[in-house]
Design a protein around this ligand. Structure first.
Ligand SMILES: [Fe+2]
Ligand SMILES: [Fe+2]
Length: 266
């Protein structure tokens, strides 16, 4: 028994500023043709859902229009970010409520043969205690299922013992709290806008590329590969898993660093 899952990430869609809509529609077409059993959107569905109902509504509608069963987790552009990072859009009650109203729960549990998927919001782990009850329950009754975490930010840039506090990975403290619940077999994430498939700390970790744009070398170190696309996953009932990158060669490789009209200067 194989469950086929399509992972799309970081579409950054907007009603009024559709810079990345054309690139998304190419991915949407490819995913539709693939007919996955389930689609996962790993955050930053919207350009500015953290402050705009219209952007989040548009982003959710465009993902839903692919027409497959799907689940999503929020990214920093959907709900803001950990207040500790000091950005201009801290995750707060208003932003989390917008996500809940327009996109769904912050955290969820979804079982497929052999596996338990636990979705969570990596931007609000220090301020959104309610999601921990869902994550903890997900671990508690997983039984013999292997656990895959579905989240926006990667667990770590390098190793789970990393101490760096920055914009890219889950913060060290909530990371430790998360791993105290159990060691996942697999973590699927987005956020970095780079493709990377790597096993570290006995955890298979897959970074999905963005469907829309990359962050050029002048603004971001390269840890994986900077390209546009989506990821095909096969989850087997025996607990094995395979991922395959689908590169969108036909899409222009837009660099957000060269597009100050989108988010301003990086
Ligand atoms: Fe993103
Ligand atoms: Fe992000």
């Amino acid at each position: 028994m194989i469950t086929r899952i399509a992972q799309v990430s970081d579409a950054h869609l907007s009603r009024g500023r559709p810079f990345f809509a054309a690139n998304f529609s190419r991915v949407a077409e490819a995913v539709r043709a693939h007919k996955p059993d389930l689609m996962l959107a790993t955050g930053d569905l919207s350009l500015d859902g953290a402050d705009s109902d219209a952007d989040l509504e548009q982003a959710v509608a465009q993902h839903a229009a692919i027409g497959r069963e799907w689940l999503c987790v929020p990214g920093n552009h959907d709900v803001g970010d950990e207040p500790l990072l000091g950005g201009r859009q801290p995750a707060n009650a208003e932003r989390l409520a917008r996500w809940a109203r327009l996109a769904g729960p912050s955290a969820w549990v979804h079982d497929i043969p052999g596996w338990r998927l636990i979705g969570l919001d990596t931007q609000s782990l220090t301020v959104n205690e309610a999601q921990w009850a869902v994550i903890e329950r997900g671990w508690r009754d997983a039984g013999a299922r292997r656990v895959a975490l579905i989240q926006h930010k990667p667990l770590a840039e390098h190793f789970v013992t990393d101490t760096a506090v920055n914009y890219w990975p889950v913060l060290p403290e909530p990371r430790a709290r998360l791993l105290a619940l159990g060691r996942p077999a697999l973590v699927l994430s987005g956020h970095v806008h780079q493709w990377r498939e790597r096993v570290a700390d006995d955890i298979a970790q897959i970074w999905a590329p963005s469907t829309g744009f990359i962050v050029g070398d002048a603004w971001q170190a390269t840890l994986g590969e900077k390209l546009l696309g989506w990821v095909e996953h096969e989850f087997h009932a025996d607990g094995t898993h395979h991922a395959r990158l689908r590169v969108m060669d036909a899409s222009p490789l837009l660099d957000i660093g060269l597009m100050p009209e989108v988010y301003g200067r990086l």
